[in-house]
Design a protein. Sequence first.
Lengths: 262, 450
Amino acid sequence: MDPRSWSARARDQTTSLRTVSTTAPAGDAIATLAARSLTKRFGARTALSEVSFELKASQVVGIIGPNGAGKTTLLSILAGVLQPTEGDVVTASDRPIGWVPQQAALYSKLSAAENLRLFARLEKLPDPDAAVERMLAQTGLEDRADDEVSRLSAGNRQRVNIAIGLLCRPSVLLLDEPSASLDPRQRERLWQFIGGLVEGGTVVVFSTHDVGEAERYAGSVLVLVDGELLFSGTPAELTRAVGGDPRDLEAAFVRFLHARGH
Amino acid sequence: MRWLFVKDLQILRRSPLLVGLLIVYPVVIALMIGFALSSPPGKPKVAFFSEVAPGKGKIQLGSQQINVSSYASELFKSIQPIRVHSRGEAIAKVKSGQAQAALIVPGDIVSQIQNLVTTGVGSPTVELILNSKDPLERQFADQAIQSRLNLVQQAVSRQVLKIAISDLQQVLNGGTINFAGQNFHLLGLRNSRAIVQGAAAAVPRNSPLRPALQQVVAFANLAIEGLGLSGPVLGSIGNPLTVEQTQLAGRTTPTDSYAVAIAVVLSAMLLTLLLASGLLAIERTEHAYSRLVRGLLTPGQLLTEKVGLSAMCAGIVSLLMAAFVSIFVHLDWSRFELWVVALAFAGVAFGTLGVTIGGVAREVSAASLMALLVSLPVAFVALVPGTAVSGAVKTLLDVVAFVFPFKAALQAVSNAFSGTPPGMAGPLLHLAVLAAVYFVLARVAVRRFA
């Protein structure tokens, strides 16, 4: 499948991302995931400040922002790895949230299949072996199933990493800079794979430094700067907001930051 | 938690070199220390040169002789003598390292001792040359020779006193002495007094000889009384102090089984600390910790699994080690279940310390280094005898030994091996408390993992 075909459809879903306030009602549509006034402090430093938004099914959301903006902190809170200092995360689905950390969280001495089987068992899935087979097939790693992870390429490691995040058939998949260590060919295969998930109704939220990547694959973007959510909307809305060329999100993003003193 | 346990075993199975090192290194270190503690040091090599001519090593004491040369054999009990033929050769042996010291007996040593014995003046001296390169070897050789010389001195003193007391008894009671190959009869003071008393009684009461003879009798009485006491008094000087040992605690731990306990506990500590700290640090190094504690396991379960696995591995290795060593050293196999209990408590306490280290270090190589840096001083601190250091240092060492599990584990295992006081309850309780404290510390430390 051409990743651009699903990303184009994702861009059309311009109404499903909306920011919410802690006091306002969530709205008439049912949100798959809602962040309500999330604040995270590490000592005196505020990593996130009053961040609120809602996500709905089959949506692809890119979180963009400079280094230290709070992207990983936000994803970690949504994933339940970190507890917010204030605010909360609300999920409407019974299905869990899948989380794929930035660095592959895999045991390098175990094979791809063994890693998947371990987490399938820890997830207490009813049939771990079937889940492993399903994920190997979905990620196209059947022929590398018995290879130690340390011998896999970065792209294949990332596929196993994502497969573990998908074991529990999540309604929302959180990806922290999923393509950071991949070459262009691996990146394209990754997005092809993610596209298949979106087609199946999964909400995908990813963080990235690559604004072009967000422009290509995200239907909506969240702009985080210094822990504050400065913008949420479609890439086209972001470019329109700064009066720039709607075909160049990166330039619009930089102008957006300049306009707000960053 | 079971699957995490299996996963860790799989990882260990796929790291045979690491596992081999983890087992062999602590066992070798522990056995070396155990055997070093249980084996007495060997005799130092000492170049020995005596300038005393053959057959000239005798001291004449009144009617008797002492052969000083015969006491050299006493000295050789604590050294390994290398007999040389000159002072220069003795020094060369020390310089070349073939001998740790040289002992040179001067040719006039016999006359020096003779002079001291007969006149009470002088200080007979032998020459001791020590290798100054190695301070430990120097101290070892010096102590071995000095302690044996003291014994020789005491033996010579006792022999001199014995002869002196024998001669005094003959002066007192009379007898036969051999001098220059001929026997002579000594009258003795008591016999002399009897003769003088008889003579005094025989002379007329108004004879001018009578007061003079009575004065001689009075002197004889005084001399007999004084000399009668001299034997016990001089004998007591020959043996000035007798030490009678009393064991207050009844049975004591046999040195050999205590050394085995040290080896086993040291091995268990090294293995458990390295495993527990390393296995926990791996979770962070592999970035898996956050994924695991995100609803799959609690941090407490994760720590429990690491503690359990490392304690189990260390327990098995320690028991095998004890079983092997028991071929050579007597251990009480009827108390096997107590071995298991002691090693289980020790393993859990070491395991919790290990995960604390792993939690603080957060990285495998740093965790391993920290485990080694912590464990060896902890063991040595616990093994320093309290009498070897001053009061303040002893207090400090006691505190350090108290807050780490090694000493309590050693007491528990030593007791389990031999059944000697102070019993296992106290050390086991101590280990349980330390395990609880370290578990809490580890739980705090892994908060930084996320």
